[in-house]
Design a protein around this ligand. Structure first.
Ligand SMILES: Nc1nc2c(ncn2[C@@H]2O[C@H](COP(=O)(O)OP(=O)(O)O)[C@@H](O)[C@H]2O)c(=O)[nH]1
Ligand SMILES: Nc1ncnc2c1ncn2[C@@H]1O[C@H](COP(=O)(O)OP(=O)(O)O)[C@@H](O)[C@H]1O
Length: 408
């Protein structure tokens, strides 16, 4: 079943092929993608030196036609492409060049940018290897009541293994404490801004904690993964539950105090909250302790009595017991923050079956002019913020070998 590709309807092209005073017209092969009442026509541009793909929008409810806009700047001229609607916010462009390399890119367009009609669209190569995560690569979620020592334990871990772990910097609407730095400890944000970003789907999880909004943006986690490091999230129990229901496969650790009195003392001695805030945190701590210990969500529950003992237990849970710190290199050999370009022959057809996009290629280079099938598995897309799709699985199938040939 082919979807949303092929030539745009003639009546449509008549409208859209008009030259515009300030710019270019779409040229070459064009494909259409329908999103709601808008039809996006994607085609080559006449600005061969710089831009390769442009988009023009036709709004059926208002009969408005926009000026073509450049989607991306690529060094080579685009001769061939197929655009596919992934979901409301995303168009995937399988694009080829008639260059000797016959290469193709998979570009993602955040249609929100299109809707805003900005001139420079964010396009991104989206297909690269995901690999299967072993336990040693999974992000680590650390929860526990305020004052239990989460931050202290995480700081120790990051200090000892700076190349191995990266902290997911959350957004919060609470005010910074004296020693906290914006962008390091938190992204301190206005509530209205954060609420809008939540609506825009930029957060993996969020929760209202002690009267403020806290949340983990998809980007916060991806920045750490892009650096080839293992991500640590310091989030509350509600957030941990959301993460467990998301596509992020993580290890869940809950930190308990040896007693409620000790917790209260640590919180007071820290001296970062007013009496009113301390009271609120202590009230919430009872519920958090109860949920943390009984929800079944946390695979590991550690008691932070003596700091060094608890830290050693944490290292053990993470498979780091006996390993001396300051490991010089990232632990993951597979860490691959750089997207891989995929070579596809120009001659191909693109179709979508359930959650898989199949790119059927006919290559003269292959002996017997055999066909090769590339499959893009879209089921892993959930959780990625628009414009930053990660973990899109792509693999090649040799139809004659009757199985997966290699993974990209
Ligand atoms: N759900 C969620 N909780 C968060 C996030 N960031 C921090 N928290 C939690 O919010 C609570 C309050 O954090 P904070 O204001 O730094 O105070 P502290 O726990 O006393 O150091 C803690 O339970 C954190 O784990 C986040 O991104 N999402
Ligand atoms: N095991 C421990 N023994 C004594 N004090 C501790 C221990 N762990 C943490 N603390 C102290 O308790 C206070 C709260 O720790 P913190 O890491 O800020 O907690 P959280 O991040 O869970 O709110 C800090 O002043 C910290 O130095």
């Amino acid at each position: 079943m082919c979807i949303d590709q092929g030539e745009a309807p003639a009546f449509f092209l008549d409208d859209l092929d008009r030259e515009f005073s300030n710019g270019f017209a779409l040229k070459g092969s064009q494909t259409t993608t329908v999103i709601g009442d808008k039809t996006y026509v994607i085609g080559g541009t006449d600005d061969e030196s710089a831009s390769t793909i442009g988009v023009q929008i036709f709004n059926r409810s208002t009969s408005e036609v926009t000026i073509p806009t450049v989607l991306g700047t690529k060094p080579k001229q685009c001769k061939d492409h197929a655009a596919l609607l992934l979901n409301e916010d995303r168009i995937l462009i399988v694009k080829g060049d008639s260059t000797p390399e016959d290469c193709a890119w998979l570009l993602e367009v955040d249609t929100k940018f299109v809707k805003q009609q900005q001139n420079n669209f964010e396009t991104e190569v989206v297909a690269w290897s995901k690999g299967v995560r072993g336990d040693a690569e999974k992000p680590i979620v650390i929860s526990g009541p305020s004052g239990v020592g989460k931050g202290t334990l995480i700081a120790k871990l990051m200090k000892e293994f700076p190349f191995m772990f990266g902290f997911s910097v959350s957004h919060t609407t609470r005010s910074p404490r004296e020693k906290e730095k914006d962008g390091v400890h938190y992204h301190f944000t206005d509530r209205s801004v954060m609420e809008n970003e939540i609506k825009d789907g930029k957060f993996l999880e969020f929760a209202s904690v002690h009267g403020n909004l806290y949340g983990t943006s998809v980007e916060a986690v991806e920045v750490v993964a892009d650096a080839g490091k293992r991500c640590i999230l310091d989030i509350d129990v509600q957030g941990a539950r959301s993460v467990s229901e998301s596509s992020l496969e993580a290890i869940f650790i809950f930190i308990c105090p040896p007693s409620f009195e000790v917790l209260e003392k640590r919180l007071r001695d820290r001296g970062t909250e007013t009496e009113e805030q301390i009271q609120k945190r202590l009230r919430n701590a009872r519920a958090e302790l109860q949920q943390g210990q009984s929800s079944g969500l946390f695979e590991h529950i550690l008691v932070n009595d003596d700091l060094e003992t608890c830290y050693e237990s944490l290292k053990k849970v993470l498979g780091l017991d006996g390993i001396a710190g300051t490991t010089p290199k990232p632990k993951f050999e597979n860490a691959n923050p750089v997207p891989k370009f995929v070579d596809l022959p120009v001659d191909r057809s693109v179709s979508k079956i359930d959650k898989k996009i199949c790119i059927n290629c006919r290559s003269a280079e292959l002996e017997n002019a055999s066909e090769q099938l590339f499959v893009l598995d879209l089921s892993s897309l959930k959780g990625g913020a628009p414009g930053r799709t990660r973990g899109l699985n792509m693999y090649a199938i040799d139809p004659f070998a009757n199985g997966i040939k290699y993974e990209i």
